[in-house]
Design a protein around this ligand. Structure first.
Ligand code: SF4
Length: 408
């Protein structure tokens, strides 16, 4: 039996050139299961893959470039299955037994970051951005001495919210509610890198605009030129603070501003932000009103009420899936098999980038889905000693397949 692993363009090319009725295709992206890769070749599910491997001698053709596909196959194949990698029109035999133990090369990731940040620091100096330059110098001094420490990807200002949406774990959040204080913010601020490629997240759980010092903290982060991503339900936006937020975000080379459509007021305030964008044509902000899957019909009705009848064509609107926050929204919780969990962990954005997030009280979250801060990863005061986990957390067993790992 021949199994083509992966359902992308390379897989299509292989199947077209080597078609036979005994070929099946498998892809770790669950969203593709049951669909056709070409004509009559269907993409099978994980259960179907395991059954085929169990009952047949298999030849497996690997088409993705990523090595995590090989580790996945090592977990599911029998010893006598033959595995080949297909690239540039030819096949190379792969001995899965010869794969080294799986690991993430944190030293290489962080060394590359330091090189990039040195260049960014020099650019700040050339441009006369003294505040950003001084911060980058201090950050690099810390980073060179603590190369394996994780990169701080964002902070949660509060886990309080002024809404109770059913797609969100905030209303049922069991941990203590609160607002980030100056001491925690000032400690975290030291560890915000000068990266210009990624956005520093200033939301987690809760509504960030409820924080009494949101404007001060936003101003501090954008003053060191770090691009920011801010997500709000938009209820607390008004004519005065929209101008202030947009001008502050506009101090960086690029920043993102998301307004999720949880009410008609969210839509009305998003329209005011769109007006700001139109009036400030040279701005560097990426603004998106978000239509979520779980209340899509309501959101489209609010948009129509506000005169927006073609949201798909609107460059300031994006459509996103509603996820389960790794099972923390209990109605959407789903437990996955160890095979899937191990594979997802190996492809996890946070694990592979050595990135960590911080809750309002300074404790670390393993990822943006860790709404209960259950991964037990210490606090901002221990950041120098925190190391990337080599094994999935309890939370990973209910992680949303299509969210941060982008597949499975
Ligand atoms: S739960 Fe978080 S850490 Fe675990 S795989 Fe999902 S995104 Fe990664």
């Amino acid at each position: 039996m021949k199994i083509v692993f992966g359902a992308g363009e390379v897989a299509k090319e292989y199947i077209k050139n080597n078609y036979s009725s005994s070929i099946v295709c498998y892809d770790n992206d669950r969203r593709k299961w049951g669909k056709k890769v070409i004509d009559d070749v269907e993409i099978i599910t994980l259960d179907e893959l395991l059954k085929i491997i169990e009952c047949n001698d298999c030849e497996i053709i690997v088409t993705p470039k990523s090595d995590t596909a090989l580790y996945f196959l090592k977990d599911v194949c029998k010893n006598d299955d033959k595995v080949y990698r297909y690239a540039d029109g030819s096949l190379d035999k792969i001995e899965l037994d010869n794969l080294p133990e799986y690991s993430v090369d944190i030293n290489a990731i962080e060394s590359e970051r330091i090189k990039r940040y040195e260049l960014i620091k020099d650019t700040f100096k050339r441009n006369g951005d003294i505040v950003a330059y001084n911060h980058a110098c201090e950050y690099l001094e810390y980073k060179r001495n603590n190369i394996l420490a994780p990169e701080l990807g964002g902070i949660e200002l509060t886990n309080n919210c002024n809404l109770r949406c059913k797609n969100c774990p905030t209303p049922t959040c069991k941990r203590e509610k609160g607002y980030m204080g100056d001491a925690v913010f000032n400690e975290a601020f030291k560890y915000i890198s000068p990266d210009q490629d990624s956005y520093f997240s200033m939301h987690g759980l809760g509504e960030p605009l409820l924080h009494p010092k949101i404007f001060e903290y936003l101003d501090r982060v954008t003053s060191i030129k770090r691009p920011v991503i801010l997500s709000t339900n938009g209820l607390l936006l008004d004519d005065t603070n929209i101008d202030s937020i947009m001008n502050t975000l506009n101090k960086t080379s690029k920043s993102r501003f998301y307004i999720s459509f949880h009410s008609e007021k969210s839509v009305k305030n998003w329209i005011k932000c769109v007006d700001w964008m139109t009036e400030h044509k040279e701005n560097r902000i990426e603004l998106f009103g978000q239509v979520l899957e779980h209340n899509k019909d309501e959101a489209l009705r609010w948009l129509r009420n506000c005169g927006i009848s073609n949201p798909c064509d609107n460059k300031y609107i994006r459509f996103i899936t509603s996820h389960s926050f790794a099972g923390n929204v209990s109605a959407r919780r789903h437990e996955y098999s160890d095979i899937e969990v191990n594979n997802r962990f190996k492809n996890c954005y946070y694990v592979n980038s050595n990135i960590i997030l911080m809750a309002w009280d300074g404790r670390f979250k393993s990822c943006c889905l860790d709404s209960e801060v259950c991964a037990d990863r210490g606090s901002i005061y221990d950041i120098k000693n925190i190391r990337c986990s080599t094994h999935p957390y309890k939370l990973c067993h209910t992680c949303d397949p299509d969210w941060t790992s982008n597949f499975q």
